[in-house]
Write a new protein. Structure first.
Length: 251
């Protein structure tokens, strides 16, 4: 067999400096394992890097971005996954907000009212409302003003009727007390004779339907009406004349 060029003719290894060139120093120390299976981890890492690089190129083409400059790719290299995730979350949040605002039937939040609701700023008149006496004869409400109307459906409210009558008698008002329900209620005995008190029927709930503050309410309520039939105050869930006593002077 022939010998390597430059040997000493005896088949010995070349002298130092006369063999193959050394590997570049930046490659570091290269260790060749005895078992090729030990390189599986490095091979899997390189394949992951290739797949990530291919995915980034595809997404850049789809988003019409400039090609990524050539550089060394490692497992720690940032990709497009995080920016795409952030952009997706922002788009979803925006769409959810738009749907929440534009969804039909969505009731706006309102601040709960504290205390008894009163008459709104827009003037309400009961001059055109007609009630019925215990015999069923119509009675025009405008002929009974000024008045304190007590709506007492489902409640005898004897104490409220008596105390309201005393409150009107003790004030400077000439108002009447009208006790109203779907059917003309029975008045308690021993009422103050200085005040006109009448029991009337409102089968159509006309008073509650006319006064916005009482629409849909079925609790005992008080409505103060002046001489022209205008509502001065409307209070629902009333239990005592103290809740409207200060307005009796306006009647």
């Amino acid at each position: 067999m022939g010998t390597l060029r430059g040997d000493n003719g005896g088949g010995e290894r070349p002298q130092e400096g006369g063999g193959l060139p050394d590997l570049p120093p930046e490659w570091g120390t290269i260790i060749i394992p005895d078992d090729a299976g030990a390189l599986d981890h490095e091979g899997a890492s390189i394949r992951r890097q290739f797949r990530r690089a291919a995915m980034r190129r595809r997404w850049r083409r789809r988003l019409h971005l400039r090609p990524e400059p050539l550089r060394r790719t490692t497992d720690d290299s940032p990709g497009l996954a995080v920016p795409l995730l952030i952009m997706s979350i922002a788009v979803i949040a925006t769409l959810v907000s738009l749907f929440a605002v534009a969804w039909p039937g969505r009731a706006p939040k309102t601040t709960p009212r504290v205390g008894s609701p009163t008459t709104p700023a827009v003037a309400v008149s009961l001059a055109g409302v007609s009630l019925q006496d215990p015999d069923g004869a119509p009675v025009a409400l405008k002929d009974l003003t000024p008045a304190v109307i007590l709506l007492v459906e489902g409640c005898t409210c004897e104490k409220l009727i008596s105390s309201t009558t005393e409150a009107v008698a003790g004030s400077a008002s000439t108002a009447k007390v009208l006790v109203v329900a779907v059917h003309a209620p029975t008045l308690p005995s021993g009422l103050n004779e200085k005040v006109t008190v009448r029991a009337l029927a409102d089968p159509n709930n006309s008073v509650r339907a006319t006064v916005p503050a009482l629409a849909g309410d079925r609790t005992s309520s008080a409505v103060l009406v002046d001489a022209d039939g205008r509502v001065i105050r409307a209070t629902r869930s009333v239990t005592s004349p103290d809740e409207f006593r200060a307005d009796l002077s306006k009647l």
